[in-house]
Design a protein around this ligand. Sequence first.
Ligand code: HEM
Length: 496
Amino acid sequence: MAMIGLLEVFVAFLFFLVFKHFFLHKKSPGQPILKSWPVLGMLPGMLPHIPRIFDWTFEVLEATNLTFFFKGPWFSGTDMLFTADPRNIHHILSLNFGNYPKGPEFKKIFDVLGDGILSADLELWEDLRKSNHAIFHHPDFLKLSASSNTIKLKEGLVPFLDNAAHENIVIDLQDVFKRFMFDTSSISLTGYDPMSLSTEMPEVEYGEATETGEEAIYYRHFKPVFLWRLQNWLGIGLERKMKSSLVTVNRMFAKIISTRREEISRGEGEQLMDALTYYINVDTTKYKLLKPSNDTFIRDVAFSLLLAGRDTTSSVLTWFFWLLSKHPHVLTKIRQEINTKFNPTYLEKLVYLHAALYETMRLYPPVPFNHKSPLKSDVLPSGHKVKAESKIVICIYALGRMRSVWGEDALDFKPERWISESGELKHEPSYKFMAFNAGPRACLGKHLALQQMKIVAVELIQNYDFKFTEGHKIEAVPSIVLRIKNGLSVTVTKKM
Ligand code: HEM
């Protein structure tokens, strides 16, 4: 009884704090709240902003000179240092890379990735990185990747858009890009063609499963580990969906891996150049920590690669076409450039298109946050002390919008900022433009992704006009990948 009484008093006290915070605390207009409460820490100030965390971190970081320490509720393990300071980013991701792995907390939150490259650290990451680098630069892999783009453009995307134009139907452009990227990435990374982009628009179980997983992982960041693990075990809320999503993902990979192993045992693996086949046959004398005969390990490797390839590129293309609809003069300039300079074997000539894609990624980076956890205590260039094993969140989304980093027009969509006086693409250091990450863990698919996005952009801009549905609210889903909530509705017409 006494225990229940105590609990009631404690809950009443928490309610009082929240009530006082929302109704009695005077906020100065436009000022984000960072007040730290007893027991609850800064959580009450953050809670209402969790669905709009990207913009909130931008507002808070701009108001706090690019770095702030978030104090979570007592004993919840959710204390985090948020930073968008290029000096800190350079220090963490490059100069002192060895002291800043992703860390054990990251591995717990991203447990579904297993031992794939996106969650690995230290020696395992080194083996994965080197082997990944080798396959991503192999001419046969590059050929497979290029041919998957050409085929899916010709047999998937173009017929789909032609049909949508002919039937005058509303389509979700975001979904179309996700399907296109799923098919092309899956062919080059796993050798399997899911054929998800066709006029029939089949259900894509894998896509829905990964997106649910990405949202669940996002919310895990704000909960104590024991809580989301309990929810997962009991099958409650997003964690319940996460569990069934994982079954879907694992089923898909189990089928792909067993089919491939059978093909290889029949002697049919020689001509296959996809990443999955490469890892099944990987040289373990060179990469000692890789386990090619272990299906779980192969699943982890392939899953990380498919996530890295599919979700990012489709996100950029979606935000890019939406931004073009809001900035028709940019669209006109890209069209002029394509008409005067386009050469399919030399996409580098399309400097303005490249600049517009970079500008999209500056404002809407597909991976909005990056996590790090120091092995040893350290002092960051901003003067903030970080303890060993504490959590650091690099806010890539906020970084791209900082006036102190990008100038007073930081919030404007201006591809021109990327073009030098001599008409070339301007280089910005990766600790300032961090969409592809920075330092030794920089994105390995950057070149492939840019090629692919340019090919799709040229095809669509040359041949189609898109009309965006009026009144469609554009906002980002709270997730670990920046996607538009409810997609991007358009009608399409074919240019004569
Ligand atoms: C516009 C498209 C893309 C963007 C913006 C992007 C961005 C990123 C970012 C921010 C990271 C760091 C993730 C982290 O450490 O948590 C990363 C890592 C990585 N990306 Fe990309 N990526 C893109 C496309 C691709 C593609 C098409 C591939 C190829 C399949 C790819 C392969 C990888 C790999 C293998 C890593 C892990 C690197 C490592 O940890 O050493 N990415 N990417």
